[in-house]
Design a protein around this ligand. Structure first.
Ligand code: MGD
Ligand code: MGD
Ligand code: SF4
Ligand code: MO
Length: 676
C-alpha cells in the first residue's frame, strides 16, 4: 500500500510542509509541498531527511521501570498504574507544588495543551514550563513590555521585499534555512544587509555593514545606534509622537552613549556603528531579525527591549514590510508558549493570577485551579536541589544535555524522589528516570504546530504509533487513573483550546487544510493576521524603555581569557537525538569542535583539526580545533549537538532575573593544546 501524507517539519520554527511517502507502513521518503506558503517547494537538508530517525531501531518501544539501577520492560498498564500511583502518593504527602511538569516544544499544540491542563487541573500545580525558557523567554518578557505581545510582528513573505534587513544574533542560513532563503532573495532583489554577530556568518559575506561585536555587548551597540540616529535627526518624530511613550526617558539613558564611547565594550569601530544606524533608519522598508545571540544572556530581556526601542525610534514597526522577527527555534515553541505551557499564563497569555481568566478555566474544567504562578524550569532545578521539588514529569526535553551547567542539572535531577521521562529515544535525561514512557514522533499523530510567523499548521499521522500510544494519549491515560477524564481526540482538543482562548478562537482543524492560519484569529470568519500592531500596539502605545549595558555574569580574566559562546550548525539539531541518527547529516559533522581565531591559535600553538582542551569554572572537554578568521579574536565558539562531548558541561547557569534564561552565549573559558 502506498500513500502520501502532508505534514509539517518537526525541526525548526520555520514550519515547512512536506509529504511523507509511506509504503507498507514504512516511511520511505519526503516530498516537499509546492503549494505550502511557508516552504513553497523548498526544504533544507534536515527537512529532506526528516523521515530517517522515525523508524530507527533505537526508538523506544516499551515502557521501562528502573529496578536496582537497571531498566526493565513492563506493560503499558503496569507502567501507567505505577506512574499514577507515585504521582498521587507524592501529591498527598508533600502537596501539589512538590510536583512539576515539562512539556515539549517538539510535540503538538494539542499535546502541550493536555499537559498544561494535566498539571493544573489534575496535579493542581502551575509548575509547568518547557524549553522556551532556554530559548526565547526573553522575547516574550521583552516584547511584551514594549509592544504588548511577544511574537513576530510580521510575516516571512515580506522579507524578500525589504530594503534593509538587520540580522543580529541570528544565523538564519543554518538555523532557519528557509527563512534564510528569503534573506538571500532579498539580497538578490537589492536589499542592504546589516549583520551584527561575533562570527562572520554566511549573510555577512553579502552585508553592506558587518559588525563583529563581543558577545554580551549588544545593548551598548544598539544604544549607540539610537544615540547616533537621534543626534543626526534621523528618527521618526511623527511615529514617536503618535504611537509611543517614554521617549524622554529613553533619550536620558542613551544621550551619552555615542558610538565612540562604546568602542571598548563592543570592540567595534564607531564608523561602522554609524553606517549601520543610518542605513537602518533611512531605509523605507527595514526589519530586524534576531534570535538567541540576543536572548541567551543575563541581560536577555533588556537586549530585546533595546531592539524594540531601535525599531520604534525609527518607525520601523507597526506596518507592512518592517517589524521585528524573533526567529523562534523549535517546530512548536511558538505554540507551546501560546497554549499556556508556561507557569504564569493559560492559553493565549491569560494570566493565572487573573480572577476572571481563572474562573473561566475552572468552569470549563470543573475543578478549582491554583492561584499562584508556578515555577520556571530554571527555578524547578533550584527547588529540586533544595529538596522542595520532589517529582518531575518531563516530555521530550533533554535537560542534562541542553540546560546550562550539566553537572548542576544532574545534581538537581538526582535530588528528586521520582522522575518520569516520556521520550522517543533514550536521551541522557531519560537514563536518569525512574520510569521511561515511549512517546510517538510527529509522523505518528494528528495535531497542529505553530511556526515562528504565528501560523497554525496541521500535523498528520502517516503510521501508527510505534510504541502503541501518542504523547497525548499517554497523558490522558494517567489523568484517567488519577480520576480525571480528558478528551484525547486532537481535533476536539483543538476546539477546546479555541473555545477558551480569544487570541485564536477561530482556529479548528477544518480551517487549517491549506496554508494554516496566523493568529490572532478572532472568529470562525476571521482570515488570520499577517501583520500585528498595525494601527496601534497591542498594549496601546509602544513603550520606549531605557536599558543600559551590563557585562555578562562571567568576564574573561588571566585564568580564563576567552569568551565562550555556543550555538548551532546546519546539519544537526539541538541534542542530535534525531540528526545524529540520520546518516547523511551525521556524515557531515560526526563530532564536536571549537572555533578559534587564527591569531589566538597561533599564539597558543594550536593547529587546525588538532585536539585541544576547553575549560571553564564548571567543567572541561577535549575536542578538535577549527582555526578560522570567521570568529572574532578573543572569542571561541562551540556547537552543543554531541552527547559524547557535551558542551553544556562548560556553560554558565547564570540567569536573566526577569525571564530566567541561562547565559549560554557568554562565559569565560581557556583553551589548551593537548599534547598527544
Ligand atoms: N540546524 C539547526 N537549526 C536549528 C536548531 C538546531 O539545533 N540546528 N535549533 C533550533 C532552535 S531550538 C533555535 S532556538 C534556533 C536558534 O537559532 P539562532 O539563534 O539563529 O542560532 P544560534 O547558533 O544559537 O545563534 C545565532 C547567532 O548568535 C551569534 N552570537 C553568539 N553570541 C552573541 C552575542 O552575544 N550577540 C550577538 N548579537 N550574537 C551572538 C552566534 O555567533 C550565532 O551566529 O534554531 C533552530 N533551528
Ligand atoms: N550550549 C547551548 N545549549 C543550548 C542552547 C544553545 O544555544 N547553546 N540552546 C537552547 C535551546 S534554544 C533549546 S530550544 C534547547 C533544546 O533542548 P531540548 O528540547 O532538550 O532538545 P531537542 O533535541 O530539541 O529535543 C528534546 C527531546 O525531545 C525528543 N522528542 C522529539 N520529538 C518528540 C515527540 O514527538 N515526543 C516525545 N515524547 N519526545 C520527542 C527528542 O528525542 C529529544 O531528546 O537547548 C538549549 N541548549
Ligand atoms: S527550514 Fe526548518 S522547517 Fe524548513 S525544512 Fe529546514 S528544518 Fe524543516
Ligand atoms: Mo530553541
Amino acid at each position: 500500500m502506498m500513500k502520501r501524507v502532508l505534514t509539517t517539519c518537526p525541526y525548526c520554527g520555520v514550519g515547512c510542509n512536506f509529504y511523507l511517502d509511506v509504503r507498507d507502513s514504512r516511511i520511505v521518503g519526503i516530498i516537499p509541498s509546492k503549494s505550502n506558503s511557508v516552504s513553497q517547494g523548498r526544504l533544507c537538508v534536515k527537512g529532506w531527511h526528516a523521515h530517517e530517525p522515525i523508524q530507527h531501531p533505537d526508538r523506544l518501544k516499551k515502557p521501562l521501570i528502573k529496578e536496582n539501577g537497571k531498566f526493565k520492560e513492563v506493560s503499558w498498564d503496569f507502567a501507567l498504574d505505577y506512574v499514577a500511583g507515585r504521582l498521587k502518593e507524592i501529591k498527598d504527602k508533600y502537596g501539589p507544588d512538590s510536583l512539576a511538569v515539562c512539556t515539549s516544544a517538539r510535540c503538538t499544540n494539542e499535546e502541550n495543551f493536555l499537559m498544561m491542563k494535566f498539571a493544573r487541573a489534575v496535579l493542581g500545580t502551575n509548575n509547568v514550563d518547557h524549553c522556551a525558557r532556554t530559548c526565547h523567554s526573553a522575547t516574550v518578557s521583552g516584547l511584551n513590555q514594549s509592544f504588548g505581545s511577544g511574537a513576530s510582528t510580521n510575516s516571512y513573505d515580506e522579507l524578500p521585499f525589504m530594503d534593509c534587513i538587520l540580522i543580529i544574533g541570528s544565523n538564519p542560513t543554518e538555523a532557519h534555512p528557509i527563512a534564510g532563503w528569503r534573506v538571500r532573495t532579498a539580497i538578490d532583489n537589492g536589499a542592504k544587509i546589516i549583520v551584527c554577530d561575533p562570527r562572520k556568518i554566511l549573510p555577512a559575506e553579502d552585508a553592506s555593514v558587518f559588525i563583529q561585536q563581543f558577545p554580551g555587548s549588544d545593548i551598548a551597540l544598539i544604544n549607540a545606534m539610537i544615540n547616533y540616529i537621534v543626534t543626526e535627526n534621523l528618527h521618526d518624530k511623527e511615529f514617536i509622537q503618535q504611537r509611543t511613550e517614554g521617549f524622554n526617558e529613553l533619550w536620558e539613558a542613551v544621550k551619552d552613549c555615542s558610538p565612540e564611547s562604546v568602542k571598548d565594550i563592543t570592540g567595534v569601530e564607531p564608523a561602522l556603528i554609524k553606517k549601520a544606524a543610518q542605513l537602518y533608519a533611512v531605509s523605507k522598508k527595514a526589519c530586524i531579525m534576531y534570535s538567541l545571540g540576543m536572548t541567551e544572556h543575563t541581560v536577555g530581556t533588556d537586549n530585546v527591549i533595546a531592539m524594540a526601542n531601535l525599531a520604534m525610534v525609527c518607525g520601523q514597526v507597526g506596518k507592512e514590510f518592517s517589524g521585528i522577527y524573533p526567529m523562534r527555534g523549535q517546530n512548536n515553541v511558538q505554540g507551546a508558549c501560546d497554549i499556556g505551557a508556561l507557569p504564569n499564563v493559560y492559553s493565549g497569555y491569560q494570566p493565572v493570577t487573573d480572577e476572571t481568566a481563572r474562573k473561566k478555566f475552572e468552569k470549563a474544567w470543573g475543578v478549582s485551579l491554583p492561584k499562584e504562578k508556578g515555577l520556571t524550569l530554571t527555578d524547578m532545578m533550584y527547588k529540586a536541589i533544595e529538596g522542595k521539588l520532589k517529582c518531575f514529569y518531563i516530555i521530550g526535553e533533554d535537560q542534562i544535555r541542553t540546560d546550562p551547567n550539566s553537572h548542576w542539572i544532574e545534581k538537581a535531577l538526582d535530588s528528586l524522589e521520582f522522575l518520569v521521562v516520556q521520550e522517543i529515544f533514550m536521551s541522557d535525561t531519560a537514563k536518569k528516570a525512574d520510569v521511561v514512557l515511549p512517546g510517538a514522533s510527529f509522523a505518528e499523530k494528528e495535531g497542529t504546530f505553530t511556526c515562528a510567523e504565528r501560523r497554525f499548521q496541521r500535523v498528520r499521522k502517516a503510521i501508527e504509533p510505534i510504541a502503541g500510544k501518542t504523547d497525548g494519549e499517554i497523558i490522558c491515560e494517567i489523568a484517567k487513573r488519577l480520576g480525571y477524564a480528558m478528551e484525547d481526540n486532537p481535533s476536539k482538543v483543538c476546539d477546546e483550546m479555541a473555545s477558551l482562548t480569544p487570541l485564536f478562537s477561530g482556529v479548528s482543524f477544518d480551517r487549517l487544510e491549506d496554508n494554516g492560519l496566523q493568529w490572532p484569529v478572532h472568529s470562525k470568519e476571521h482570515p488570520g493576521t499577517p501583520v500585528v500592531h498595525l494601527e496601534k500596539f497591542i498594549r496601546g502605545l509602544g513603550k520606549l524603555i531605557p536599558v543600559k549595558h551590563k557585562p555578562p555574569a562571567e568576564i574573561p580574566d588571566g585564568e580564563y581569557p576567552f569568551i565562550l559562546t555556543t550555538g548551532r550548525m546546519l546539519f544537526h539539531y539541538n541534542t542530535g537525538t534525531m540528526t545524529r541518527r540520520t546518516a547523511n547529516l551525521n556524515r557531515e559533522y560526526p563530532r564536536n569542535f571549537v572555533q578559534i581565531n587564527s591569531t589566538d591559535a597561533q599564539r597558543l600553538g594550536i593547529k587546525n583539526k588538532l585536539r585541544v582542551r576547553v575549560k571553564t569554572r564548571r567543567g572541561e572537554l577535549e575536542v578538535s580545533a577549527e582555526v578560522t578568521d570567521k570568529i572574532k579574536a578573543g572569542v571561541i565558539w562551540m556547537p552543543f549537538h554531541f552527547s559524547e562531548a557535551p558542551t553544556n558541561v562548560l556553560t554558565n547557569n547564570a540567569f536573566d532575573p526577569v525571564c530566567r534564561i541561562g547565559e549560554y552565549k557568554a562565559c569565560a573559558a581557556r583553551v589548551e593544546k593537548v599534547n598527544s
